[in-house]
Design a protein around this ligand. Structure first.
Ligand code: SF4
Length: 303
């Protein structure tokens, strides 16, 4: 018997809130729009790499006819149409496409495109004085590959302070950042780089996209307000990893999930409030589905 005199337990409804600042950034929205626009005319379209680091969105678009291809597959194709996603690609992709009659739908985000152009210009003008071009980013990430491609593969990629030892401190250094890196990491790296290269000029370009960086203060304020935070993102998303780490710092009870099936009922013991947020590659709809699943679990007394 509970204190209402009934034998049924009383369930207090959990407060569930979706972060208003989460959801796709404009670069991803535009790439998806371009894909859907083309799929309205053609039944089939290839996309070089997953259009977005999010399985549910990739699956949704694959039902409409979008097929993800790898770079190896791309280099065997001809006479077809391929969409380039927001991350951008190196020049050899454009060259191959031209030589093999591949129509490209170039959905490279304008922010990334501008960065590629800046890197190309710096690289060309730095050849005279043997400038070392450095990119602060994740090795092997699609955007970083596209940036390194502007330099004929010469740029050095550093992921953090531990990689600074590989640089040549007798040459001038120009550094650019991958658009989805965190500002804090860039500031730490800059400080250390300046300390190590006291005799050569160092130029740091903060090229972090504000679509990501501007979310940090908002997501911090959001995550701290809840007993539990569900951070929803594809596992391959760079900004997803960075924003998840930030949420975890302000709220250690933050769980990373990529889809609904990863939600575990045991997380919600003694939890009164849940915040749901995600990366720039997480569809708002998926956040809504997570909220709906929680409400359903609650209604069924699973949580
Ligand atoms: S995070 Fe910024 S640079 Fe990257 S796709 Fe989105 S808008 Fe473009």
């Amino acid at each position: 018997m509970d204190h209402f005199g009934t034998s049924k337990p009383v369930y207090v409804q959990m407060k569930i809130e979706i972060d208003k600042g989460s959801g796709f950034c404009f670069g991803v929205v535009e790439a998806i729009r371009r894909a859907e626009e083309r799929l309205e005319q053609d039944e089939k379209l290839f996309c070089l790499g997953d259009i977005v680091h999010n399985n549910s969105e990739v699956e949704r678009l694959s039902k409409k006819g979008l097929t993800t291809i790898s770079h190896d597959q791309f280099f065997t194709m001809s006479h077809t149409t391929v969409l380039l996603r927001a991350h951008g690609e190196p020049p050899e992709i454009y060259k191959y496409a031209q030589e093999h009659h591949i129509e490209l739908i170039d959905a490279t985000c304008p922010v990334v495109l501008k960065l590629q152009k800046r890197i190309l210009k710096s690289y060309e003008s730095g050849l005279k004085d043997n400038t070392q071009l450095v990119i602060y980013g994740k090795k092997g990430h699609a955007e970083v590959n596209g940036l390194v491609g502007q330099t004929n593969g010469d740029a050095r990629v550093v992921e953090g302070i531990e990689d600074l030892a590989q640089l040549d401190y007798t040459r001038p250094i120009v550094l650019y950042s991958q658009t989805t890196k965190g500002l804090e990491g860039l500031h730490l790296l800059t400080e250390e780089l300046i300390n190590r290269s006291s005799t050569v000029p160092v130029k740091i370009h903060d090229t972090i996209c504000r679509q990501v960086a501007n979310r940090i203060p908002g997501i911090k304020k959001f995550a701290v307000r809840f007993d539990l935070v569900l951070f929803v993102s594809g596992k391959k998303s760079s900004n997803g990893k960075m924003l998840f780490d930030i949420c975890s710092t302000v709220n250690p009870n933050t769980k990373f999930i990529s889809d609904l099936n990863e939600i575990e009922a045991q997380w919600f013991k003694n939890i009164d409030s849940v915040g749901i947020c995600g990366a720039t590659s997480t569809p708002k709809q998926l956040l809504e589905e997570v909220a709906a699943r929680l409400m359903q679990m609650e209604a069924n007394h699973i949580v």
